[in-house]
Write a protein that binds this ligand. Structure first.
Ligand SMILES: *Cc1c(COP(=O)(O)O)cnc(C)c1O
Length: 469
């Protein structure tokens, strides 16, 4: 198994190199050169397996022998052992044909843990084999920093510094980051906005000597290994609901297109997926694309589902590459056009191929609130706002009534308590493993929005910079 870039001009790499590289050198995203495929018999044999065992079987073909099988199995068991539910990603039935798959039982209550808990361990393992270290830096508006911190905490070969805007995240969000007291974790409360934090991180990556001197790395959503880990739960839900002998549809609240692309990958591997319903909030660039065949950016509006407040969906390029029949030069040209003009269009034939599998639906703020309210009223089940966007899309989709629909629950309602309380009248409580969050000790450094101060801070926290072997 080798990996190729969607822009066709970067070297073909093996799994471990792709894991550490993230983005390809030509600006593209790595994808497997061929999809491993499971036979119907193999899919049937997956029924009833413990999640970690299923996860190992689904992911092993992607490693191409570059990670020792027994070591990998141990990493997977350890990663999913950190989840608060024995089923890791349990299914809850809402009505005759609709299920919710709860992806929020990880340490930070959001689905990103499913991939990142494994990714941090994989980084450590591969870096250890090579005798290397990395310094991970990132900026967060509050939602996603904690998943990266929980992924990297206590890792032998990784130091992590996460910048958040001082006094602009919720107390729960801040505490999920700042109460991790591991020596390799640093939280910076930047005296500025989220954009300032993001600009500072960009400036660090653009400073080549700084970047090389600290072996800077990111655990961002375009990393192939994150997609790989997300394929597993689609297979798990599919076989639990009758695949390969019955088709399944998924409804996925979408921002960067990473999660729903993993569903596309599961289908490419042989899972019978009837439909992928893409749910967007009012930042609806993807819903507009699936309606028109044209992608155009038009700014970001803050919503009550903030993890999907994006301008462009970076992982969409992986689907585009397939729609372009895996022509890297053609994909690069379209992406260049998009960068230059903020717009590109696919052909009617390409759109028709996309629509054979995908459909997109926008869910505005009022509809998100209404979906949370009506679901709670009718079933007693509490949705977080992101999950509500996906469920609303599922209800708007034109689906064969005989096909089960799985809506992905991407965050625990307690992660967004204000919106949930406003919609349902009930304030969701934190789950048991976080119930003492407000009693825990916090550690953070408040720093000015000054790039030299920030670089000095990161340098001082980096074992790469300190020359530790
Ligand atoms: C990141 C995130 C999303 C969006 O996922 P993508 O893979 O970027 O499409 C949706 N919901 C929640 C809660 C998230 O954290």
């Amino acid at each position: 198994m080798q990996y190729i870039s969607t822009r066709g001009a970067a070297p073909t790499l093996a799994f471990d190199d792709v894991l550490l590289a993230g983005l390809a050198r030509d600006g593209g995203l790595y994808v497997p050169d061929t999809w491993p495929r499971f036979t119907a018999e193999e899919l049937r044999s997956f029924r009833g397996l413990p999640y970690a065992e299923l996860a190992a079987r689904v992911m092993l073909p992607f490693l191409g022998g570059r990670v020792d099988e027994q070591a990998f199995r141990a990493l997977v068991r350890d990663a999913y052992g950190s989840f608060a539910h024995k089923a890791v990603v349990p299914l809850v039935q809402l009505d005759e044909r609709t299920w919710v798959m709860e992806l929020f039982h990880g340490p930070t209550l959001a689905f990103k843990d499913v991939a990142l808990q494994l990714l941090g361990r994989l980084f450590d393992h591969v870096l250890g084999q090579r005798g290397e270290r990395v310094t991970v830096v990132g900026a967060t508006s509050g939602d996603t920093g904690s998943a990266a911190i929980e992924a990297c905490r206590d890792r032998e070969r990784v130091d992590i510094v996460i910048l958040h805007p001082h006094n602009r995240t919720s107390a729960v969000q801040r505490r999920q980051m700042t109460t991790v007291l591991s020596p390799n974790v640093s939280n910076v409360a930047l005296q500025g906005t989220f954009d300032d934090a993001q600009d500072a991180v960009k400036a660090m990556f653009n400073d080549q000597p700084f970047r090389d001197g600290l072996n800077l790395s990111a655990v961002n959503s375009i990393n192939w290994a994150r997609i790989m880990a997300q394929i597993v739960y689609y297979v798990a839900a599919g076989v639990a609901l009758g695949a390969p002998d019955r088709e399944v549809a998924f409804a996925v609240p979408t921002g960067n297109f990473g999660n729903v692309y993993a569903a596309y990958a599961a289908r490419a591997m042989g899972l019978p997926v009837a439909k992928l319903v893409v749910g967007t909030n009012s930042n609806d660039i993807l819903a507009r694309f699936f309606q028109s065949g044209t992608m155009w950016a038009n700014g970001v509006t803050p919503t009550i589902s903030p993890s999907m407040d994006i301008q462009v969906s970076s992982n969409f390029e992986r689907l585009l590459f397939d729609l372009m029949d895996r022509d890297g030069a053609a994909t690069a040209q379209v992406m260049a056009e998009f960068r230059a003009t903020g717009r590109f269009a696919v052909s009617q034939g390409q759109l028709a191929r996309a629509l054979a599998l995908f459909e997109g639906h926008r869910c505005g703020e009022a509809e998100t609130m209404e979906t949370m309210a009506s679901t709670y009223r009718e079933t007693g089940y509490m949705l977080d706002p992101h999950t509500a966007v996906g469920l609303h899309a599922a209800r708007s989709a034109k689906l064969d009534p005989g096909i089960p629909v799985v809506a992905l629950a991407c965050a625990h309602p307690a992660k967004f308590p204000d919106a949930v309380e406003q919609a349902t009248g009930v304030r969701p409580g934190l789950p048991r493993h976080l119930s003492d969050l407000f009693e825990r000790e916090e550690r953070l450094s408040v720093l000015p929005n000054d790039i030299d101060v920030l670089k000095d801070f990161v340098r001082a926290r980096s074992r790469v910079a300190a020359g530790v072997a």
